[in-house]
Ligand binder design. Structure first.
Ligand code: SAM
Length: 272
């Protein structure tokens, strides 16, 4: 089991969701890198697994990542886990995968539940195409810029959310997207699991002043209207802005072409 990093999914609430393969892996590696060692210790104790744990989280990931890589290269096997769900998905792990790639260490995934996919499955919204947006910023300006960039997104959008931020997020979702179908998936796999299939407007009216508790995934229906096509004048104006900002005209025309669907040469000619 040497020179391998195992990326192990753990339950998002219900411990019955741990897989036999996850337990076998956690029981057989040399050490486990955990987001919060206290949380993982509880999980391991529940299943009678004893393993050395080291903490690996957002703010120590550079220093600890190198230590983990060194230990794996020295012959130890490691499993990385987070407090709940899949590592690397709005959770630590992404950088460690890159470090493994650079060091030539093999990575093996032991898939487990992920709140985003579980919520999408029961959302009642189209599941064929979706976009995962992670957490929105706490900063209102950044949050609204993020939402604005999704105004014409046609795929179902998935957001992670913390309960104390929910009222403001609901207001912003309604302000930016207008009336859309919205699903709030709360406390999945836990005692108080609740799937609220509502709309952006109804959710503001109902929950903005009486927030929901627990862990939440928000899913917003994609835009149903076709975006009004950009005219050549608009595309050229956009390219000109990019040039004014320092971009080369041919690159600006290329970007404007990608955005508008108009041929690059046409925009370039107008621009000059
Ligand atoms: N890596 C995890 C995964 O794969 O699902 C996500 C970790 S992220 C730090 C935590 C967020 O996931 C929560 O704030 C919430 O939005 C969502 N989440 C986690 N568990 C959940 C649950 N049981 N029900 C609903 N949402 C959950």
């Amino acid at each position: 089991m040497s020179e391998i990093l195992y990326v192990v999914g753990t339950p998002i609430g219900n411990l019955g969701d741990i897989s036999p393969r996850a337990l076998e892996t956690l029981g057989s590696v040399d050490f486990i890198a955990a987001e919060d060692t206290r949380v993982t210790l509880k999980l391991l104790n529940h299943f009678g697994i004893k393993k050395p744990l080291i903490s690996y989280y957002e703010h120590n990931k550079h220093e600890k990542g190198e230590r983990i890589i060194d230990r794996i290269l020295a012959g130890e096997s490691c499993a990385v886990v987070t407090d709940a769900g899949m590592p690397c998905i709005s959770d630590p792990g992404e950088d460690l995968i890159r470090q493994c790639e650079q060091a030539g260490i093999r990575t093996v995934v032991i898939p487990g539940p992920s709140a985003a996919i579980a919520a999408l499955a029961v959302s009642g919204l189209p599941t064929g195409r979706f976009t995962f947006e992670g957490f929105l910023s706490v900063n209102r300006k950044s949050r609204c810029e993020h939402l604005d960039s999704l105004r014409y997104e046609r795929r179902t959008m998935i957001f992670y959310e913390a309960p104390h931020k929910l009222p403001n997020t609901l207001r912003d979702l309604y302000e930016v997207f207008g009336e859309r179908r919205l699903t709030i998936a709360r406390e999945l796999t836990k005692i108080h699991e609740e799937i609220i299939r509502t709309t952006t407007k109804a959710a503001v009216e109902r929950y903005a002043d009486d927030p929901l508790k627990g862990e939440i995934v928000l899913l917003v229906e994609g835009c149903r209207e076709e975006r009004a096509p950009m005219t050549l004048t608009e595309a050229t104006a956009y390219a000109r802005e990019l040039v004014d900002g320092g971009m080369r005209p041919s690159d600006a025309a290329k970007e404007a072409a990608a955005l508008s669907g108009i041929r690059k040469n046409e925009i370039y000619r107008e621009l000059l």
